[in-house]
Design a protein around this ligand. Structure first.
Ligand code: ZN
Length: 357
């Protein structure tokens, strides 16, 4: 395997990133590795999901819980976190309120990978929700000069809610590796990029690909598209280390390539890749991964701006049969008989018991 090439890319990207960071006056004193590790431990506290039921799931239990694991799941889309509020900028105050609303309404965060694989571990009666962040802008994850996390960046808000027992550290960050402005290159603080990716993963978050340069896959050549899909995955995996696997990606601009199959798998020189899931820019709630309607390479999202999240939450209240409700047991798939047609039917090859009531 020609790892020399990956390393060259990796080093090149970071030399460029560092230089641009210096030029932009963005150089912050990085904390020592020991401090980083200590902070990582302190930040990892979160309420553990309820243990899976010791007894097998039954129709009676599923009914008592109101489980509907063929229901739809919201995949929320965030871009910048900061002020003032614009179409693509959510203020920290609004983001805090989003988490509080979701928690109070019975939602529980999971990563996109967990949606794609159907490995949905949330407590019984809860509804999974996926928070996604595109473009790795600074307000998503910013360190202050003393090395602590800015309490007003997205990670700061989520970690605080998690420590308060009102959230869990799950979300998917689709990051960029070579872009202008350079402050969108892995959250913009050149000295801390590696530390941030490793911390995110160690705390339970997911890091996915948004291509290397925010490439328009509809307009780019297939060769360039495959190259960026391969290199972005390999580069992130190398930074995170410890056998981390990048499994999901966000399609820049929602501009899909003519041949979607290059998202699922491909090979560039000596780099092979495969993605389990790709997300769109719009489209509403996602079908359940257990449903015949689930399209893993075209997972729709809900852009969070203005009152769009509150409206989406209200839609589930108005149409409760469309909402995914967990039975709390990842080893079984439970749903009521006679679900609405738009939820589809259970896939035949789920490899786990189906419980209906
Ligand atoms: Zn983007």
């Amino acid at each position: 395997m020609r790892t020399d090439k990956i390393i060259r890319f990796f080093v090149g990207a970071f030399v460029v990133g560092s230089l641009l960071g210096l030029m932009g006056g963005l150089l912050f004193g990085g904390p020592s590795t020991a401090n980083t590790a200590a902070r990582g431990d302190a930040e990892s506290a979160e309420p553990a999901p309820e243990p899976a039921a010791a007894q097998p799931m039954t129709p009676e239990k599923a009914q008592a819980i109101g489980a509907n694991e063929l229901g739809t799941i919201m995949v929320l889309e965030y871009h910048k976190i900061g002020s003032p509020s614009t179409e693509w900028t959510r203020t920290p105050e609004d983001f805090r309120a989003d988490l509080a609303l979701l928690w109070d309404e019975g939602y529980y965060p999971i990563n996109l990978r967990d949606l794609a694989t159907g490995n949905i571990e949330v407590p019984a009666g809860k509804t999974p929700v996926v928070l996604t962040f595109d473009d790795s802008s600074p307000g998503q994850y910013r360190l202050l000069e003393d090395g602590t996390i800015d309490p007003d960046c997205a990670v700061g808000v989520m970690q605080a809610a998690t420590r308060a027992g009102r959230w869990a550290s799950r979300a998917t960050f689709f990051v960029l590796l070579d872009v202008r402005p350079a402050d969108h290159l892995l959250f913009g603080q050149p000295d801390s990029q590696s530390e941030k990716l490793r911390n995110l993963v160690s705390w339970g978050y997911e890091v996915g690909s948004h291509t290397v340069t925010h490439l328009n896959l509809k307009e780019a050549s297939q060769e360039e598209s495959v190259k960026q899909l391969a290199v972005s995955k390999a580069t992130i995996e190398k930074i995170v280390g410890s056998g981390y696997s990048v499994d999901t990606m966000s399609v820049p601009f929602g501009a899909y390539p003519k041949d979607d199959s290059i998202l699922a798998a491909g090979t560039h020189e000596d780099l092979s890749y495969r993605y389990l899931a790709a997300v769109e820019v719009t489209g509403g709630s996602s079908s359940s991964p257990y449903s015949t309607e689930f399209a893993p390479l075209h997972i729709p999202r809900i852009v969070v701006d203005g009152g769009s999240l509150r409206a989406a939450v209200q839609r589930f209240k108005d149409n409760p049969k469309l909402r995914y409700v967990s039975d709390g047991d990842p080893s079984a798939v439970s749903f009521p008989e006679g679900v609405p047609d738009e939820l589809g039917a259970a896939l035949a090859d789920l490899g786990r018991p189906i419980i209906t009531y």
